[in-house]
Design a protein around this ligand. Structure first.
Ligand code: ATP
Ligand code: MG
Length: 581
């Protein structure tokens, strides 16, 4: 592609709206432009990267035996009513009406559509296993679209849906998808990690997420420093915590703690270890309100608590509401004499003689003991694991944490949709069998942003070869200099002929401008044509990652660059990645 004939509207200044590196560089390098909140146009450079991701995904999905289809973006409400999700999905679902007042939605996901296809088209167990995928535009009316295409409202997803005869079959398909995902992220040249995940609103029994590791990630993942255990913080558990040293327990007392509300303030004021304090919080859920108890130094986790209670939804009650529900004053909530049903975190099971709020402004209780001072509550896993907690899987390990960007998700759906929507095929013994399903998503457009989060420097993007919009950029330093212009044209033609993806910067711009734009675009290999080297009969090859430039004659440049592209692809693929299953 010729730069002079392309729409690559680079920006010199950082756009104010961009909070993360990838959003900033995608705007500055002219990859995307925003049309509406969370809705973007992909410009030529951006689209080339998006297509690369698509192709990596497509190749591995095909290799794993999945069949590509393309389902409609607009879906009739009736299907969603059948599965029960029309009522459940909430405001993320963009609902539409046609001219006849029929209700539709713009698909945020396609379980209903694929299940409808399966019940019409699959007849016999001989057609199983079957796995269908598409790469298609989704719309989710996210409450907080942000970080550019990382959390857009309209975005490109690869979604796949599998149908198997039985659980053993699903397990095999799941393993095959897991392996394909691993290969996809390796082929993209990304550092990633597979983690155990919560099954969320789609429902189902078992799932893993794939995370690209990056500081800007919205998710936190916990992993063992010794074994392969890794899980989203929404799911991670710890091994049993070591018991605290035994101390003599006095009778329960009510003590004045004027103005001390936080655990830090109270434990300092009373001179007690925060691990011997208990904090209480009120949550509301579809099952009603609860008083949840956690150790003072521990963090509450909403998803784990929701699952532990078996609730559909759950949220922390804010102070005035919490007080109203608990029938007490805020900031000094405690379990002694509480009227709400109580659930305590597992870490409190062995805790004796603890400090907690007294349900009275400016007062706490000390020396509290289960059974003696209050009934033993139900214990459940409510908290987010902390750094340094024992690994739940191995004896030696400690948990560490890192931030991640969720780029893929594999799910065992079970019979949820195939049963509710009545898929039945003829079984091996003659009778009808309901197939068991899995679903497998990849955030294709999100991967573009995630790759930039992992691959950039102060001046711009540093693309891995596999995702780069072009593999080579030719910088013609002075287009009015006929000999160097001719050499650049020859090299451009040779590289195109050899199938190398090449951008020729033939613009009538100063070299400084060209270098700046090249840094921003992040094309892995750069050839300078012009200047002193050219007078000496040489071209200069630079690596966007840095390091010394290499000189090549114009005759050897095309072959030399081809070799470099190939070596780089080989080197990047499979250099990273740690996974568990
Ligand atoms: P998240 O927790 O980030 O909202 P999700 O659990 O809703 O993700 P899935 O329904 O599993 O996501 O969708 C499959 C994949 O689509 C995700 O792994 C993610 O990579 C991508 N994805 C989901 N929502 C968005 C979005 N708003 N913008 C871009 N990509 C997204
Ligand atoms: Mg979501």
């Amino acid at each position: 592609m010729r730069y002079s004939r392309s729409l690559i509207p680079t920006l010199k200044e950082d756009p104010g709206e961009a909070q993360v590196v990838s959003h900033r560089f995608m705007l500055r390098s002219g990859m995307i432009r925003q049309l509406a909140s969370g809705v973007y146009t992909w410009l030529p450079i951006g689209l080339r990267v998006l297509r690369k991701v698509e192709n990596v995904v497509r190749r591995e999905m095909n290799a794993a035996g999945a069949q590509e289809v393309l389902m409609p973006a607009v879906q009739p409400a009736e299907l969603w009513q059948e599965s029960g999700r029309w009522a459940k999905y909430g405001p993320e679902l963009l609902r539409l009406k046609d001219r006849n007042d029929r209700a539709f939605c713009f698909g945020p996901t396609h379980e209903e559509v694929i299940t409808d296809l399966a019940r019409r088209e699959l007849r016999s167990y001989r057609q199983l296993p079957a796995n269908f995928y598409q790469i298609q535009t989704k719309f989710r009316d996210e409450i907080r679209p942000r970080f550019g295409v990382m959390r857009g409202r309209e975005f490109l997803m690869k979604d796949a849906y599998s149908f198997d005869l039985d659980e053993a079959g699903l397990e095999q398909t799941y393993q095959a998808m897991f392996a394909a995902y691993r290969q996809i992220f390796l082929n993209c040249g990304l550092k990633f990690r597979a983690v155990e995940a919560d099954t969320g609103a789609i429902g189902g029994a078992y799932s893993h997420e794939f995370h690209v590791l990056a500081e800007s990630g919205e998710d936190v993942i916990a992993f063992c420093d010794h074994c392969q255990y890794a899980a989203n913080l929404e799911k991670a558990t710890s091994g049993p915590l070591p018991p605290l040293a035994e101390v003599p327990v006095d009778p329960m007392a009510k003590v004045s703690t004027p103005g001390r509300k936080s655990i830090a303030e109270v434990s300092e004021f009373l001179g007690v270890d925060p691990r011997r304090t208990v904090k209480a919080m009120v949550v509301e859920s579809d099952l009603g309100a609860f008083l949840l108890l956690l150790r003072g130094d521990h963090e509450f986790n909403e998803i784990k608590s929701r699952n532990a209670l078996g609730a559909q939804w759950l949220k922390l009650a804010e102070p005035p509401r919490a007080a109203e529900l608990a029938g007490t004053s805020t900031g000094y909530l405690g379990p002694v004499g509480a009227t709400l049903p109580m659930v305590a975190d597992l870490a409190l099971e062995g805790l004796d003689g603890f400090v907690c709020g007294a349900n009275e402004v400016d007062f706490h209780r000390t020396g509290v003991r289960w059974e003696r001072d209050l009934p033993r509550p139900r214990f459940a896993d409510l908290r987010a694991v902390a750094v340094g907690d024992p690994c739940p899987r191995c004896a030696e390990g400690r948990l560490e944490q890192a931030r991640g960007i969720e780029v893929g998700h594999v799910f065992k759906l079970g019979y949820k949709y195939s049963q509710s929507m009545g898929v039945a095929v003829q079984g091996p013994e003659g009778g009808e069998v309901t197939p068991i399903m899995g679903c497998y998503g990849i955030g294709v457009s999100r991967i573009v942003a995630a790759a930039i989060e992992q691959n950039h420097d102060a001046n711009g993007i540093v693309w891995p070869m596999a995702l780069a919009p072009f593999q080579v950029q030719i910088l013609l330093m002075n287009p009015t200099d006929a000999p160097s212009a001719a050499a650049a044209e020859t090299l451009y033609a040779e590289l195109l002929e050899a199938g190398v993806e090449v951008l020729l910067d033939d613009r009538d711009e100063r070299p400084g401008v060209k270098f700046k734009d090249a840094d921003l675009l992040g094309i892995p290999l750069r050839v300078l044509v012009g200047g002193r080297s050219f007078k000496e009969g040489m071209l200069e090859v630079q690596d966007r990652r840095g390091g010394a430039a290499e000189r090549m004659t114009p005759q050897e440049a095309a072959q030399g660059l081809m070799n470099k592209v190939r070596d780089r692809l080989r080197q990047e693929t499979g250099a990273h990645g740690s996974t568990t299953l």
